[in-house]
Each structure stands twice: as structure tokens, then as C-alpha cells.
Write a protein that binds this ligand. Structure first.
Ligand SMILES: [Zn+2]
Ligand SMILES: [Zn+2]
Length: 127
């Protein structure tokens, strides 16, 4: 999969608040600021296993299995245990559930910025 050269997906400042659990703050080259909760990032983990799980859930929901969402399930809020900057292109997070295979490229992070503007710019094409 080719990575588009998009200046909007280059960070100019990255702050990772592992100790306080506040999440990640990124300011991008176009001066846009994004904030990510660790719980949100856990849900959006880009690794193959989580991708597969999200696909399954989507297929399940599409098949009309609405009751699945109503099942009471204890899920502690995800927190990060450690964060590592990978080269100049990604952040690797280790979560408190032991999951650590997710490498969050800045490209991916900009695409999943939770604000409505980015949802429109980066995500509307996928739905
Ligand atoms: Zn994952
Ligand atoms: Zn945004």
C-alpha cells in the first residue's frame, strides 16, 4: 500500500502523556492539533489482529446481529503502559492489556484524528 506524501500527515510536535494517562497530543505541519485518548487508540489499533476483529464486528453488525452490542461486557478502559517513537514515522504503544503490536504511523494517526474536520477530509472516502 503506497503511503501518500501529504504534508498534513507530518507532525511538527508530538507529546505522549503515558504517566498521566492523558493520551497523545500531536500538532501537524498544517498547524492542526489532534488529541487522542489511549482508549480511542486501542480501539483503532492498526495491527492485523485488531483489523481482523474490527472487520468481524462490522460484518456481524451488518448481518443484523444487533444484540451483540447489547451484551454486557466488562472492558476496563485501555491505558498505555509504554510508548516508543519508531524512527520518524510512527509511535508504538504498549497497552495495559498487554497488547503491543500496534504501530501507529503518523499517516494513520492523522487519518483517525477524532475531530469532525479530519473525519470529513480523511475518512469520508472509506464509508
Ligand atoms: Zn492491535
Ligand atoms: Zn483533526
Amino acid at each position: 500500500m503506497p503511503i501518500p506524501l501529504d504534508s498534513r500527515k507530518k507532525p511538527s510536535s508530538v507529546k505522549i502523556h503515558v504517566t498521566s494517562g492523558a493520551g497523545i497530543d500531536i500538532v501537524w505541519s498544517d498547524d492542526h492539533a489532534s488529541h487522542y485518548d489511549f482508549a480511542y487508540l486501542r480501539d483503532e489499533c492498526p495491527c492485523a489482529t485488531c483489523n481482523e476483529e474490527r472487520e468481524k464486528k462490522r460484518a456481524f453488525a451488518a448481518a443484523g446481529a444487533a444484540s451483540a452490542a447489547a451484551l454486557p461486557m466488562f472492558k476496563p478502559k485501555a491505558r498505555a503502559q509504554a510508548a516508543t517513537i519508531v524512527g520518524n514515522y510512527a509511535i508504538q504503544l504498549t497497552f495495559n492489556d498487554g497488547h503491543s503490536t500496534g504501530i501507529y504511523s503518523y499517516d494513520h494517526l492523522r487519518s483517525i484524528c477524532p475531530c469532525p474536520d479530519c473525519a470529513k477530509d480523511f475518512r469520508s472516502a472509506h464509508t
